[in-house]
Design a protein around this ligand. Structure first.
Ligand code: NAP
Ligand code: SF4
Length: 676
């Protein structure tokens, strides 16, 4: 028998999937936007064209109660079918398939009409759900089948029933959220009754010629949820009742174990998919933190799963599958699992996009054609802003030279990649290095271009992406004390740091620096060592308790660290919506001291003199690391603009230092390049 790999077609009962890649469900925000379905059709079409065999849409509610938000999309009525047809037709043009995900939010709903198995309030919404009645359960099962039928009429190849991540069906499965005493509560047979009745009703309504995927909650990471045996019991029952594919659900939204963020090791949870696969004959889909071809192949070849689901990696690169098929994986734009432009946007009800690919979900806003006139363009600075501008310019046909004063490209990404848990940032530098070569961009490293050369060369356009400099606050002794270092000296230049440290500034960089200094340099980062990660976050790979949880065993900090801010608000309040809690908890578990409401008096041989809560104190530390934000490095831009008539443009941190985040920098670089 030939070896099965990610490119081998998969036969289902009535149909065939052309390869083993699934684009997993992801809400984009276009579902509710003006003309959103036209944009969504284009977005999905790009991914279908890029070779993925099966796309699962973002979650669509089967009824009003089940909507995540009051204005979330629902598919229940014939007049709603037309817009969905745009999606199915776009995907079918490229011989790919598309399934509609049916998602009932249950107690996760963000509106006052929510229902759940029992009266309860989830920690992630302000609304308390009331207990659903038996009559309403009957009606809800009908609504699921009705939505599946509408999906079939709209041309979908099937549906995915969302049975995980702590949503409605999952809430019935877990004792934590189901205290019913009727036939839908109590023992597991009763708790899984809703899931089975939904599957039966859908199958009865749509017939055999329609894919049913069930997203099975395999690991929940919340106390008092399912046992391993219950997960298997449900998987077997689903198989008997007409499901075609089992997808993996990992972690509830309220769980305090990271399951998709960048500090989660790659393919960290395929061990459970493999265990489930061994118990049933249905094909099983692996998901969560799979972002590269090599892992996907290993998972398939070692029978840990039959298909690979990736959601965010298809935002980062719509052509992932075709590039993989052509052995062109160096040109894959890898998802770095930062969540900054996708999930963080979704949770703020903004249209999703991607930090490394700002065109994602905004495809219709970009020109696809070559520039009308080929221009000579100089880009100064090879950080995220300069790199993205240079590549986009070259792809549009311009002749591009990229200047970088340092010996390597990457700018602030070279700092990020040094942080334990942020190793993925290396991938973006690898991607850009390859793109520079592919697009014949002339790269001049260790090169500080001077104004005379610019005048002589007279490029048509000059783009300044000259980045930022660390801000040094005005504190007595800061310029003279040998105890003071700034974050680049610590993270990039790797200057020696003693065992007792104070960090001034608790923004993104302050947190990153604390994580770096807390880590024992002789140990592997938990993001690269699954066992260390499981220990740190209390994951039980033996699955001996409900929710696969066991007590956490975080490694104590390698140094004694004080993370200081002047604000009195919670530390890390400004960090990403979906990742801030992880950074906070990670440092807290390691014993980092969070000091807020601090004013800085002076630095001398004794250490850092501060005042807080009306008291003065001295932090007797070996080093004080400054992470107090940045200032724009734009003096060269000002000089050239004032002294020449060249067309000058300023982007990235050199433009706005306050928000020197890569998301903004890359977006600005690509958009400027697209306009020239
Ligand atoms: P930042 O977020 O602006 O934080 C700098 C901190 O320094 C402020 O929170 C401020 O806190 C303090 N500060 C500012 N001026 C000061 C002064 N004169 N004296 C003393 N303290 C001062 O800057 P950052 O940490 O360098 O991060 C920059 C950007 O990088 C962020 O906007 C973020 O987008 C990105 N980033 C994000 C992450 C992440 O989300 N994990 C990680 C790395 C970088 P007080 O005023 O309260 O003291
Ligand atoms: Fe991946 Fe970050 Fe892009 Fe989201 S924003 S798809 S996590 S790279």
């Amino acid at each position: 028998m030939p070896e099965i790999d990610v490119f081998t077609p998969l036969n289902l009962k009535h149909t065939q999937l052309k390869n083993r890649f699934v684009m997993g469900s992801m809400h984009t925000g276009l579902e509710e936007a003006k003309q959103g379905f036209d944009k969504l059709a284009y977005f999905y079409e790009q991914r279908a064209k890029g070779g993925v065999s099966l796309i699962v849409t973002g979650g669509i509610a089967p009824n009003f109660q089940g909507r995540l938000t009051p204005f979330a999309t629902q598919l229940s009525f014939p007049w709603q079918i037309k817009k969905h047809r745009k999606l199915t037709q776009a995907v079918h043009k490229h011989n790919s398939k598309i399934c509609l995900q049916i998602l009932h939010a249950g107690r996760y709903a963000y509106h006052p009409f929510s229902v759940a198995p029992s009266k309860s309030k989830a920690p992630i919404t302000p609304f308390k759900a009331r207990a659903i009645t038996q009559l309403e359960i009957k009606k809800t099962i009908f609504d699921y089948a009705n939505t599946a039928n509408m999906a079939k009429k709209a041309g979908y190849d099937g549906v995915e029933i969302m049975g995980s991540e702590g949503y409605f069906i999952n809430q019935f499965l877990a004792p934590k959220t189901n205290q019913r005493t009727d036939k839908y509560g109590g023992n597991f047979k009763n708790r899984m009754r809703l899931a089975i009745e939904i599957v039966q009703a859908i199958r009865k309504k749509v017939g055999d010629n329609f894919i049913i995927i069930f997203r099975l909650s395999m690991l929940e990471f919340v106390e008092d949820t399912q046992t391993y045996n219950e997960v298997i019991q449900l998987a077997k029952a689903l198989e008997k009742n007409g499901v075609d594919l089992i997808n993996s659900g990992i972690g509830w939204h309220e769980s305090r174990v990271p399951s998709i963020a960048t500090m989660v090791p790659r393919a960290a949870f395929t061990w459970i998919t493999q265990k489930v696969k061994q118990e049933i004959t249905l094909p099983v889909i692996a998901s969560n933190r799979i972002n590269n071809l090599q892992d996907a192949q290993t998972i398939l070849k070692s029978s840990q799963a039959d298909m690979i689901s990736m959601a965010r990696p298809f935002l980062a690169d719509p052509d992932f599958v075709n590039k993989a098929m052509n052995n062109d994986y160096m040109s894959i734009n890898t998802c770095i699992a930062c969540n900054q432009a996708c999930l963080d946007h979704t949770f703020k009800l903004k249209t999703a996009s991607c930090l490394v690919n700002p065109k994602a979900c905004h495809e219709t806003e970009f020109q696809l054609n070559f520039a009308k006139k080929k221009k000579k363009v100089f880009v100064i600075g090879a950080g995220p802003a300069g790199l993205s501008a240079a590549v986009e310019l070259a792809q549009r046909g311009h002749q591009v030279t990229l200047y970088e004063a340092r010996s390597e490209i990457g700018g602030q990404f070279n700092i990020a990649k040094e942080i334990p848990g942020k190793e993925e940032f290396k991938e973006t530098i690898r991607y850009f290095n390859h793109q520079l070569r592919q697009n014949n961009i002339v790269l001049k490293l260790n090169y500080k271009i001077q104004i005379e050369e610019l005048k002589k060369e007279a490029p048509d356009e000059v783009i300044f992406a000259t980045g930022v400099e660390a801000r040094i606050p005005d504190i007595q002794g800061i310029h003279t004390s040998t105890k003071v270092l700034n974050y680049t000296e610590v993270l990039l230049e790797k200057k020696h740091v003693g065992k007792k440290v104070a960090i001034i500034g608790a923004g993104g960089i302050g947190f990153d620096t604390a994580e770096f200094l807390a880590h024992n340099p002789n140990k592997t980062s938990p993001a690269l060592d699954k066992d260390e990660f499981y220990k740190e976050w209390g994951v039980d790979p033996k699955y001996q308790h409900r929710g696969a949880l066991k007590p956490k065993e975080p490694e104590a900090s390698y140094r004694e660290i004080y993370l200081l801010q002047r604000k009195t608000t919670k530390h890390g309040k400004g960090l990403g919506k979906t990742t801030g809690w992880i950074h906070r908890l990670s440092l807290k578990n390691k014993g980092i001291h969070f000091l807020g409401g601090v004013s800085y008096h002076k630095i001398d041989d004794k250490g850092l003199h501060i005042k807080r809560e009306q008291k003065t104190e001295v932090l007797d530390v070996d080093h004080i690391v400054i992470c107090a934000g940045q200032t724009s490095n734009n003096s060269f831009y000002q000089q050239v603009k004032n002294q020449t008539s060249l067309n000058c443009h300023l982007i990235g941190g050199a433009d706005v230092a306050q928000e020197i985040d890569a998301k903004r920098a890359i977006n600005q670089g690509v958009r400027l390049a697209n306009s020239l």
